[in-house]
Write a protein that binds this ligand. Structure first.
Ligand code: ASP
Length: 355
């Protein structure tokens, strides 16, 4: 039987109900042998990610009253989580962990959301937890020690029981906690998949998969069921936030497909990212507030796999500030205030009307 590494983002770990859902998914397939978790994120009842709450603990560390307030917010969050999961209360442990962390470093403090979440889930699911400090190995200069990381993670493949791994952090040779970039649990999952020589990397979140454009701004955006790594990399770098761009290389290089799935709709296919996918997908991604070297206030919109002349056609009121044809994509610039309008326009002209 193959090995699946399943990473669950903060929207999928936000509350007890979502963690129970993860437990069901893990039990549904014996191939799911590694469960990588983000810190609890935002949901209908929580407007702040645990990582942001921990950042506040760090920022208030020199003001005892403000720190106590910030720490108690984290304690409350985990108190609710433990109560909802009917596991023994972790409030004292959370308090000690956060106070100790703010006395150590910012990375240590930020990493505790993933650590505590993985701990709570492993208790609930009765699965072993492997601390990422012993798996994701950093060099002293802060770069990733890829060989040691691969060897450490490879050992997880020997266990028949699914292992719970906190995302986002690792440790340097002296044991100090180091973190990956923000939203870096995606990278932990990809490293685990590569290290365990997995057959599939599943990335679960609250979105259906890769869309032809940001669905929050483009209501007609469609789901893309298959996309190649090359195009996905370009899309992620251009601003599509479905996946951290740095998580693509470890899996692509190991020839492991990545499947984006929606925790709220586990029966839907999602998006499969595969090296073997040759199809060029029409999609639009961009980043508001991106600076151009020569136009400090301009935003950037990147259009992929779009015939260049179609973009040049865009005359009249929606004429772009500029267009640059690159090897694998066409980059179109609009002014910052027109970001949403331009994205909708490009999607309509280049995707909807093009069929
Ligand atoms: N919790 C971390 C962050 O907020 C990492 C992650 O969610 O992947 O950036």
């Amino acid at each position: 039987m193959g090995i699946i590494v399943s990473k669950f983002g903060g929207s999928s770990t936000a509350n007890a109900q979502s963690l129970k859902r993860i437990d069901c998914l893990v039990r549904a397939s014996p191939a799911r042998r590694c469960v990588v978790l983000s810190a609890p994120g935002i949901d209908e009842s929580h407007s702040e990610k645990v990582t942001a709450m921990l950042e506040r603990c760090w920022n208030t560390r020199k003001n005892p009253a403000a720190l106590a307030h910030a720490v108690s917010a984290v304690m409350n969050r985990f108190r609710d989580l433990c109560a909802g999961l009917a596991i023994s209360d972790m409030t004292d442990l959370v308090e000690r962990t956060v106070y100790d962390a703010v006395a150590i470093s910012l990375p240590h403090t930020l990493s505790r959301g993933e650590y505590l979440c993985a701990l709570a889930f492993s208790k609930y699911a009765r699965l072993p937890m492997a601390d990422a400090a012993g798996l994701i190995a950093f060099n002293t200069d802060g770069t990733l020690d890829e060989d040691r990381t691969r060897r450490n993670l490879g050992r997880l493949a020997k266990s028949d029981t699914p292992v719970v791994v906190p995302g986002f952090y690792g440790a340097a040779p002296d044991g100090s906690i180091r973190i990956l970039p923000r939203n870096g649990s995606d990278i932990t999952g990809a490293l685990a998949a590569a290290g365990m020589d997995a057959d599939l990397y599943e990335n679960w979140s609250d979105v259906p998969g890769v869309m032809t454009a940001d669905p929050a701004l483009v209501p007609n955006a469609r789901l893309i069921p298959h996309i190649g790594y090359r195009q996905m990399r370009a899309l992620a770098r251009a601003g599509a936030r479905v996946l951290h761009p740095a998580c693509l290389d470890p899996v692509a290089m190991a020839g492991i497909p990545t499947r984006l799935r929606n925790t709220m709709d586990p029966d839907s296919f999602g998006t499969l990212i595969d090296e073997r996918c040759e199809v060029t997908v029409r999609c639009v991604a961009g980043q508001p507030n991106a600076f151009l070297p020569d136009r400090r206030q301009a935003c950037r919109i990147t259009v992929f796999a779009v015939p260049f002349d179609r973009v040049l056609d865009a005359a009249g009121p929606m004429a772009p500030l500029g267009t640059i044809a690159k090897k694998e994509q066409t980059v179109v610039y609009f002014s910052q205030e027109r970001y949403a309008e331009a994205l909708r326009y490009l999607h309509r002209v280049l995707i909807e009307e093009a069929g």
